[in-house]
Write a protein that binds this ligand. Structure first.
Ligand code: SF4
Length: 309
């Protein structure tokens, strides 16, 4: 049996991690704190990453027109019925959640932290959007709560990064991982499989690179082509190849084999807004994808990290 599992999973699930860390069911509550993004407003780029949705890649975050406490309580009240003793992590998800003055950040983060049964915060951001002053605040925050910074990387390949308009370098990303780890802050990295013109080997290289970095978690997304994005325009013009379902499952299993066994797997598919999804349609049925990843790992008699040494 895989070391970090008590349910026959062959990879280190977030459920397992939370259960053993907090001895309780833990829910992440996705929030929209009304931030924007330096890759949209001209600070580092304009128009954003080509796949970015109108919600700032925060499809299931709350409604930014509602205050944070209302957003939080709407989710919490639903969970309470089934899990009265659950604990919560506030997940600042939509857009770039360190892109404001430290005073503004403090006001937003502390609002959520002051709520009952909140045991931590996950903050999604870019590696080029955390100031030194912000790092100092995060270091102090990390001593008071379970803090995780989620950094978007998507790919290590410069050609792809330019094509998708990420507007930051791999060096910038790596330097921020080191700064956060120097302060003992947990880092979770987002990557995307199926980016235009990326090969299987390129996706494996991204994971091999991350496996050698001091990161604590990973989110593997499947590229979603959504209506109204520049990615959709590129797809309509060039019809770049979209990964099929079995290709995706095989790639994820290969990636799991190359990932260090202590890296927590926060996500293995995407969760796109169904009405906006152009391709791949197979992404809609998330549960069966996860089941088929389990089946494939079992068929291979494999587990996370088997090839990483
Ligand atoms: S960094 Fe995130 S929020 Fe900003 S444009 Fe890219 S995907 Fe959208």
């Amino acid at each position: 049996m895989f070391k970090y599992s008590d349910t026959n999973k062959r990879y280190y699930t977030l459920d397992y991690f939370y259960k053993h860390k907090f001895n309780s069911k833990v829910f992440k509550v996705s929030l929209n704190a009304g931030f924007t993004c330096p890759n949209k407003d001209g600070t580092v780029g304009i128009n954003g990453c080509i796949y970015c949705s109108k919600s700032g890649s925060g499809e299931y975050a709350g409604d930014k027109n509602k205050d944070l406490i209302t957003q939080f309580n709407e989710v919490k009240d639903m969970m309470l019925k089934k899990w009265p003793n659950a604990k919560y992590i506030g997940y600042f998800q939509a857009n770039t959640n360190t892109y404001a003055s430290v005073d503004v950040l403090k006001e937003k983060y502390e609002t959520i932290l002051s709520l009952p049964n909140v045991v931590g915060l996950n903050i999604a951001t870019r590696s080029d959007a955390i100031s030194e002053e912000c790092l100092d605040y995060l270091e102090e925050l990390n001593k008071r709560t379970f803090l995780t910074i989620e950094l978007g990387l998507q790919t290590i390949h410069e050609r792809t990064s330019i094509l998708i308009n990420r507007c930051h370098t791999l060096e910038n990303f790596e330097s921020m991982v080191k700064k956060l780890r120097k302060r003992n802050i947990n880092v979770v990295v987002h990557i995307i499989n199926g980016l235009p013109y990326e090969t299987h080997d390129m996706m494996i290289e991204t994971v091999k690179y991350l496996s050698n970095l001091d990161i604590q978690g990973i989110k593997i997304h499947a590229l979603s082509i959504l209506k109204g994005t520049r990615l959709a325009d590129l797809y309509n013009e060039s019809h770049f190849k979209v990964m099929d379902r079995s290709e995706y499952i095989n790639t994820v299993c290969d990636q799991l084999e190359y990932l260090r066994e202590d890296i927590v797997i926060h996500r293995l598919t995407g969760d796109p807004c169904v009405e906006d999804l152009i391709e791949p349609k197979w992404l809609i049925n998330k549960t069966t994808i996860l089941n088929d990843i389990d089946k494939e790992m079992k068929k291979r008699n494999s587990y996370q990290g088997i090839k990483c040494k």
